[in-house]
Design a protein around this ligand. Structure first.
Ligand SMILES: [Zn+2]
Length: 621
C-alpha cells in the first residue's frame, strides 16, 4: 500500500465509508462481480427451487434418485451462500443502504419458500427402511459421500413421534418462546436504565455498555460498588418475575424431553450432536477441582489493587495503567508471524486474507457493530471488524482469523454437504489463534506494564470464557434437575443455588455481596439458549489441550499435534464433533483435557505474580 493510502481512525471521529481507502475495505467481487451477476444467481436459485419439486415421490425408486436429490440440494445450497452474502455483507457495511436491505429481504423471502418447497425431503428419506438405505450406501460410491448426513438424519429420527404426536408438539411450538420473549421484553423494552451519582458529583445513566465500561475503567471502588448495586437492584426488584419466567424455560425443556422419551433435559439437548452427558458432568467436576489458580489470581488482584474488601465489581479494573495503541498496518504482520507454529502453508493462507482484502477493517457511519467471520462458500471467508487500535481489537482480529482459516480449510477439503461445522468445534480455532497470538505478544513485550496487561488479558479471558461459563452451565444443570425431581423453583431457591456456586468457585476470595445472588437473572443465555454456554468452555478446553502439544519443545510431538489440528479444521462437519475431536487427540470425557486449561491458567498466574512482585521494576528496554 502506498503512503498516501494509509489510514488510521481519529479517536472520537466516525468516518463515512467513502473517506476510508479501499485497501481497508473488503472486496466482494469474489462473490459476485456486480448486481447483474447477483441477479442472475438469484434467478438460478429460483429455477433450482422450482425444479427440485419434480423429485418428490421418487427417492424410494433407487440410489441414483436419492443421489440426484442430494446433489440438487447441494447445488441450491451453494448458490444460496453467494446470493445471501453479497447482499448481507453490503448491508452490514452501511445499514442505511436501503437497496441492499431490500435485496437482502428478497433473499430471505426466497429462502422461506425454498424451505417450504423442500420440506417433503427429510420425511421421504426417513420413510425408506434404514437397511435399504445402508445397502445402497454400500453399493454406490457416489451416494456413500452422504453416509454421515443420512445416518445422522436417522439418528435424529429416534425421538420423533408418530403423526398425531408431532401434530400435538407443533401446537406447543407456538408458546415455546414465550418465557424468553417475556424475558427479552422485560430486560430491554421495559427496562429503565438506573442512574447514579459518582464520587466526582457526575450523574451517569447506566446502560449495559456504560455499566461495563465503568467497571473496567473506574479506579474508585465506591463508584464501582454504586454502579454494580444500582444495576443489580433492578433485577433484584423483579426477582420473582424472573424466577417465574425461568421456571417457564425449565418446565418447557422438561416437557419436551419427556414427550420425546428422553431421560433428562440434558440428554434431550445433547442427542442431536451425539454428545454423551458425561462430557458436561466431567467439565463441571474437573473445573471445580481446578479453581485454585483462579482464586490465586483474585488474591493477587486484591493485594495489587490494595483493596480492603474484594467483590465481583472489582474483577475488571486493570492492574496497571497502560494505554498502548496497535496500528492495523503493523498488526497484520504480527498475526501472520504468530501462526508460524502451524506451518508455512497456513501462514500463506493468512497472508492472502490481508492481501486479497477479505477484511473490512474500520468502523464507519452506518456500519454494523461487533465482529464476525462470514463463511462464503464458493468464494472465501470475509471478516467484519470495527478495529479501534485497542488490545481487544487486536485479539478480535486474531480470533476471527481463526474462524476464517477453519472455514477456508474445511471448504477446500469437504464436499458441500460437510463444509459447515457446529458450534461445538467452532470456537476451537478462534481460541487457539488467540493463544498463539498471545505467545508472540508476550515474547515481544517491551516493558513490565505491557507484559502485565497481556497476562491480565489472557487470564481474564480464561476467567470469563471458561470458568464463568462453567459456573453458568453448573447452575442451569442443577436448576433443570430441580424440575426433573418435581422440586419447587422460586427466586429464593435460585438465589441460594447461585450464591452457593459463587462460594464453591471463588471460596473466601470474595467478600459477601447480597445482590450477587441474583446474577442468574441477568444471564440472557440461560433464558434464550439453555445448555448452550458449556460449549464455550469445552472449546476452550479443547484448544488448551491442543496448544499443550503444539507448544511442546519435542519436535515430533509438536509436528504430530499440528497435523492432528489441521486435519480437525479440514474435517469441517463430516462427522459428530466428539468423533472429530477424538481424532485430533482431544477426549472431552477425560478430566485431563479440562485440566489443560487449569494448568495453563496456573502458568499465567505464576508469571503475573512474578511480574508484580514488590521490587520488580517497570523498565522499558
Ligand atoms: Zn468466535
Amino acid at each position: 500500500m502506498s503512503q498516501l493510502d494509509t489510514f488510521r481512525p481519529t479517536p472520537g471521529v466516525l468516518p463515512t465509508r467513502d473517506t476510508i481507502p479501499s485497501g481497508y475495505t473488503w472486496d466482494l467481487t469474489a462473490i459476485c462481480q456486480d448486481w447483474d451477476e447477483w441477479t442472475s444467481n438469484l434467478r438460478d436459485l429460483e429455477a433450482a427451487i422450482e425444479s427440485f419439486k419434480a423429485l418428490q415421490g421418487t427417492l424410494a425408486e433407487g440410489p441414483h434418485r436419492l443421489l440426484a436429490a442430494f446433489r440438487a440440494l447441494d447445488a441450491m445450497g451453494a448458490i444460496s451462500y453467494r446470493v445471501w452474502y453479497y447482499t448481507s455483507l453490503q448491508y452490514d457495511q452501511d445499514q442505511r443502504d436501503n437497496d441492499a436491505n431490500a435485496r437482502r429481504q428478497q433473499v430471505q423471502i426466497l429462502f422461506a419458500r425454498q424451505q417450504q418447497t423442500a420440506s417433503w425431503f427429510n420425511p421421504e428419506v426417513l420413510a425408506i427402511p434404514i437397511e435399504t438405505v445402508r445397502r445402497w450406501l454400500g453399493a454406490d460410491d457416489e451416494l456413500a459421500v452422504y453416509r454421515f448426513a443420512i445416518e445422522s438424519l436417522f439418528h435424529e429420527q429416534e425421538h420423533v413421534l408418530d403423526e398425531r404426536g408431532e401434530r400435538l408438539m407443533s401446537f406447543a411450538g407456538r408458546f415455546n418462546s414465550v418465557p424468553n420473549e417475556s424475558y427479552a421484553a422485560l430486560t430491554t423494552a421495559d427496562m429503565q436504565s438506573p442512574s447514579i451519582t459518582l464520587s466526582t458529583g457526575e450523574r451517569v445513566t447506566l446502560s449495559y455498555g456504560q455499566y461495563r465500561a465503568l467497571l473496567e475503567t473506574n479506579r474508585r471502588q465506591e463508584d464501582r460498588a454504586a454502579a454494580y448495586r444500582a444495576f443489580h437492584r433492578s433485577y433484584a426488584d423483579q426477582q420473582n418475575t424472573y424466577a417465574a419466567l425461568y421456571n417457564g424455560v425449565l418446565q418447557r425443556d422438561w416437557f419436551h424431553a419427556r414427550a420425546r422419551g428422553y431421560a433428562t433435559t440434558l440428554d434431550a439437548q445433547l442427542h442431536g450432536n451425539n454428545i454423551p452427558t458425561t462430557v458436561v458432568e466431567n467439565l463441571i467436576t474437573a473445573t471445580k477441582n481446578g479453581v485454585e489458580p483462579l482464586r490465586r489470581y483474585h488474591r493477587l488482584r486484591r493485594r495489587t489493587l490494595g483493596l480492603e474488601t474484594y467483590r465481583l465489581y472489582d474483577f475488571f479494573v486493570p492492574l496497571v495503567e497502560h494505554d498502548a495503541r496497535y496500528p492495523y498496518d503493523e498488526v497484520g504482520e504480527w498475526i501472520v508471524e504468530s501462526v508460524a507454529p502451524l506451518g508455512s502453508e497456513y501462514q500463506q493462507h493468512v497472508r492472502r486474507a490481508f492481501r486479497e482484502r477479505w477484511i473490512d477493517v474500520y468502523e464507519n457511519v452506518g456500519k454494523r457493530s461487533g465482529a464476525y467471520s462470514a463463511p462464503v462458500y464458493g468464494a472465501h471467508p470475509y471478516m467484519l471488524l470495527n478495529y479501534n487500535e485497542t488490545l481487544d481489537a487486536v485479539f478480535t482480529l486474531a480470533h476471527e482469523m481463526g474462524h476464517s482459516m477453519h472455514t477456508l480449510l474445511s471448504h477446500q477439503a469437504q464436499p458441500f454437504v460437510y463444509a459447515g461445522y457446529t458450534i461445538f468445534v467452532a470456537e476451537v480455532p478462534s481460541t487457539l489463534n488467540e493463544a498463539l497470538f498471545l505467545d508472540l505478544m508476550l515474547d515481544r513485550a517491551r516493558s513490565r506494564d505491557e507484559r502485565v496487561v497481556l497476562l491480565q488479558h489472557a487470564i481474564d479471558s480464561i476467567a470469563s470464557t471458561f470458568y464463568a461459563q462453567v459456573l453458568f452451565a453448573d447452575f442451569e444443570l442443577q436448576a433443570h434437575r430441580l424440575v426433573e425431581q418435581d422440586r419447587p423453583v422460586t427466586a429464593d431457591v435460585l438465589n441460594s443455588l447461585y450464591s452457593g456456586l459463587l462460594r464453591e468457585y471463588y471460596g473466601d476470595v470474595l467478600d459477601e455481596e447480597d445482590l450477587s445472588r441474583v446474577t442468574w437473572a441477568r444471564i440472557s443465555h440461560l433464558f434464550g439458549s439453555p445448555y448452550y454456554v458449556y460449549q464455550y468452555a469445552t472449546c476452550f478446553a479443547s484448544a488448551a489441550c491442543l496448544m499443550q502439544d503444539i507448544r511442546s519443545p519435542a519436535r515430533e510431538m509438536n509436528a504430530d499435534a499440528v497435523a492432528r489440528y489441521l486435519s480437525l479444521l479440514r474435517a469441517g462437519g463430516s462427522d459428530y464433533p466428539m468423533t472429530l475431536l477424538a481424532r485430533a487427540g482431544v477426549d472431552l470425557s477425560r478430566p485431563e483435557t479440562v485440566r489443560a486449561v487449569v494448568d495453563h491458567l496456573d502458568t499465567l498466574v505464576t508469571r503475573l505474580e512474578r511480574e508484580l512482585q514488590p521490587g520488580a521494576v517497570s523498565t522499558t528496554m
